[in-house]
Design a protein around this ligand. Sequence first.
Ligand SMILES: [Zn+2]
Length: 66
Amino acid sequence: MAHQDRSGAAGMPLIVVDRNGVEIPVPAGDDPSAFAEQHGHQALIRCLNHPTVPAVDCTTCVPLED
Ligand SMILES: [Zn+2]
């Protein structure tokens, strides 16, 4: 069964991270979503301002509530 929950991310830059949140380089020509799925990683939308981190983890752009 294909995952459909990423359909809204089409065209967005994706970052692939492992379970520890470490970026995994995607081989040239590979689809990030497919690569992540094949290797048990996560494909997340990359922060537009901070390309080394996923947008959801970017505490610079999305400050934690304090
Ligand atoms: Zn950011």
